[in-house]
Design a protein around this ligand. Structure first.
Ligand code: CP
Ligand code: NVA
Length: 335
């Protein structure tokens, strides 16, 4: 079957029309077709970056981060810079949003100067409150509850590796945290079977589980929970883990270390997965804690492809939220 060119792709054209000016606080803000559109556009942006060189000419992005970042900050900054826009970084690590002035007042100021607000916060409500009060799109660049941009890049990476996410057996081992939540929702949107293996007491949020199961049912796949990491890894196409102590939970490090030890991704756990399985991690990794060096640096690891794809997937997202396709030659007149 001949592939449909991106500028004729119905998912992309519909997403461009519906998402222009919208926020992306959660994967749940996107339909399955819109997640697919981001994937397809992300692959094209990666293959043909010059096509999009002027798509966001003069657009201004502000990044307001309450937490540390390497990948997210740089991938957003390089992403908008390579499409003609500009990024301004505000370090909020010593000045939590809402402390000096209300979040609503910040939104009502910032929207007068910039075209998009990218937030990394502790409370998820900080992001939704900014979105509710801002006329320009707000993007979640990680909150305590979700990390949607990470999950978009991760499933783009899986598509790159396996051709499609549909029917893949994807297993997440570790803390039922922000990354886990966004992966569950994205996997379910794209038709992947998602298994989550967490220690008792660290399972994902029940509302996210229910939402992901609803989406999975609509997309012909399943979301399963287990407390047995080896059983969860059995036959998987992809094994994913994240730190067991997320930013903001450092005070729980001592308590968590022994609880998460049996959930370490090591060669024994990888041996339970399919022979062709890949290993994934959002990074930063605590080497030899949640994952051993042998796995992280081993031949199955695709962690740096994931990191690279943060930029391409976010460029696709920005193109859709900021109406950038109308400045892209192949789309002119179509969006
Ligand atoms: N994966 C990720 O979000 O990395 P940073 O915390 O470095 O941005
Ligand atoms: N769950 C981790 C992800 C870091 C990218 C955290 O929130 O710290």
């Amino acid at each position: 079957m001949k592939a449909i060119p991106v500028h004729q792709d119905q998912d992309i054209l519909s997403a461009a029309a519906r998402l222009a000016g919208e926020d992306m606080c959660s994967i749940n803000d996107l339909s399955s077709a819109e997640v697919r559109a981001i994937m397809k556009l992300g692959h094209d942006v990666k293959r043909n970056p010059r096509e999009y060189r002027h798509a966001l000419d003069a657009k201004q992005m502000v990044l307001m981060f309450e937490k540390a970042s390497l990948r997210t900050r740089l991938s957003f900054e390089t992403g908008i810079n390579t499409m003609g826009g500009n990024a301004i970084f505000l370090d909020q690590t010593n000045s939590p949003l809402g402390e000096r002035e209300s979040i609503a007042d910040i939104a009502r100021n910032v929207e007068r100067w910039v075209d998009v607000i990218v937030l990394r916060t502790y409370a998820h409500d900080t992001i939704t409150e900014m979105a509710a009060n801002s006329r320009v799109p707000v993007i979640n660049a990680l909150s305590d509850f979700e990390h949607p941009c990470q999950a978009l890049a991760d499933f783009m990476t899986l598509e790159e590796h396996f051709g499609s996410a549909r029917g893949l057996n994807f297993t997440y081992v570790g803390d039922g945290n922000n990354v886990c939540h966004s992966l569950m929702l994205t996997g379910a949107q794209l038709g992947a079977n998602v298994t989550i293996a967490t220690p008792r007491g660290y399972s994902p949020d029940i509302e996210i589980v229910m939402l992901a199961r609803e989406k999975a049912a609509a997309n012909g796949c399943e979301v399963r929970l287990t407390q047995d990491p080896l059983a969860g890894a059995e036959g998987a196409d992809a094994i994913y883990t994240d730190v067991c102590v997320s930013m903001g939970f450092e005070h729980e490090s001592t308590k968590r270390a022994p609880i998460f030890r049996p959930f370490q991704v090591n060669e024994a756990l990888m041996a339970r997965a399919a022979r062709h399985a890949v290993f994934m991690h959002c990074l930063p990794a605590r080497r030899n804690a949640e994952v051993t060096d042998a796995v992280l640096d081993g031949p199955q690891s695709i962690v740096f492809d994931q990191a690279e794809n943060r930029m391409h997937a976010q460029k696709a997202l920005l193109l859709l939220l900021l109406g950038g396709l109308s400045n892209t030659a192949s789309f002119t007149g179509l969006v």
